[in-house]
Design a protein around this ligand. Structure first.
Ligand SMILES: [Zn+2]
Length: 136
């Protein structure tokens, strides 16, 4: 399966990534979890690569070097990518915390905590495609 198709599939809690308590359950949890932009990046990284980093350039699945907090480098081809590369989060100056809070409000009350991850994932993917179209 091509790496893009893998990324489009929503992650399944307990299968693609560890189930609760890997997700915030309450608003207070949420505030604790996403206290910094770095914490948001770490969460996004787990969403994007629930099975571990997959290089977008060469599709090799192997742990990446961490070039910085938000940049990963493929051990195989040395391609560098940021955790937010190609997503709406990369093109906006809006802090990730604001996006996450919006996603929380939209999803948490009725659909439960996994919906937060799913919405962020879907948002990143959908807007990635929109942005790509706009920038060409
Ligand atoms: Zn690579």
């Amino acid at each position: 399966m091509h790496w893009m198709e893998i990324q489009i599939l929503p992650p399944i809690s307990g299968k693609d990534y560890p189930p609760n308590p890997q997700h915030p359950r309450t608003w207070n949890d949420f505030l604790d979890w996403f206290v910094t932009e770095e914490a948001c990046h770490a969460y996004l990284e787990r969403l994007r690569w629930p099975q571990g980093f997959v290089c977008p350039a060469c599709s090799i699945m192997a742990p990446a070097y961490r070039a910085s907090r938000t940049r990963l480098m493929c051990r195989h081809c040395r391609h560098q990518t940021s955790i937010t590369a190609g997503t709406i989060f990369d093109k906006t100056r809006t802090p990730l915390r604001v996006w996450f809070a919006a996603a929380w409000y939209l999803t948490n009350q009725k659909q439960g905590v996994n919906a937060l991850g799913f919405l962020l994932f879907a948002l990143a993917d959908r807007l990635r495609r929109l942005l790509r179209r706009r920038t060409r």
